[in-house]
Design a protein. Structure first.
Lengths: 140, 140
DNA sequence: CGACATACTAACGAATAGTTAGTACGCACA
DNA sequence: TGTGCGTACTAACTATTCGTTAGTATGTCG
């Protein structure tokens, strides 16, 4: 997965690399955002915030990931410099994943959001409930 | 869009609604996470953190959204209670979107992450560069 | 001698994202 | 008076991505 963003005409790429601009369509930071905030990306970062884990342990911890998606997610995060991948050359294979310092920072920010969502679930569920009720009223 | 999560056997739904658990496959908080961290969800929250905006102004501000995706994203966020939608009954249509207090909280957390990514872009781009170099070496 | 475990990849069908075209209606310009 | 523009959408279609299943190597256990 090499780094070949579509360049916006007139804006030098180096400008984006000095500091990203997510609102700009051509900015490579959108790729990183995608990796970090992807469904499985978030959960992997959360899982590894606690401890170093092997592939299959991660798979058990993160409920519902397929092997393909987990492998892909791990590769993306490794490419962006968020993960360390240490593989021991034995059979059966043994590979350990852990966060790099950059990954720890990312996981921290994502963690704040994830925690907030978990804590705010009751409020959000309440909104869902109210909406259902008013929809029901409209039908009568 | 009604609220019908797949229930994990043995775990009462009310447990998830007391506080979400993102690692649990059946937890409805995953839906919320998806809406908030979706590509366009993030950018819409960022854009509305600054000011109330109309549909087409949002579209111009968030580079590269299609109308369909913007409409869908706005509906999701509105359903979760993050957005206020105020529509004036005139022609041509005039609809204003703004953040609810809940939405402001979400936008704040997402904003910290987004800012961090923008600021960290140089570091990440550097990792990309190094990886490209070592890949090139392997080919020789 | 199977069966199982691990960390993957290839191939395929299913779901999701994105694109394009259309709608109602009023206004400006020619 | 008619041609075109602007707004906030939705429907229909296509491209892309996701997810599921099956395969691989090889050592240990029953």
């Amino acid at each position: 997965m090499s780094y070949t963003p579509t360049k916006a005409p007139g804006i030098p790429l180096s400008d984006y690399l000095r500091r990203g601009d997510l609102m700009a369509q051509a900015c490579p930071s959108r790729e990183v955002l995608k990796h970090v905030t992807s469904k499985w990306g978030v959960l992997v970062l959360m899982a590894l915030r606690i401890e170093t884990l092997r592939f299959s342990a991660l798979r058990r911890k993160v409920g519902g990931v397929s092997e393909r998606m987990l492998a892909q997610t791990l590769q993306n995060l490794e490419n962006d410099g968020f993960l360390n991948r240490v593989s021991y050359d034995v059979v059966p294979p043994h590979v350990e994943y852990s966060l790099t310092p950059l990954g720890q920072e990312a996981a921290e920010k994502v963690g704040v959001l994830a925690d907030w969502i978990e804590v705010s679930m009751p409020k959000i569920a309440q909104v869902w409930g109210e909406r259902e009720q008013s929809e029901a009223l409209l039908k009568v």
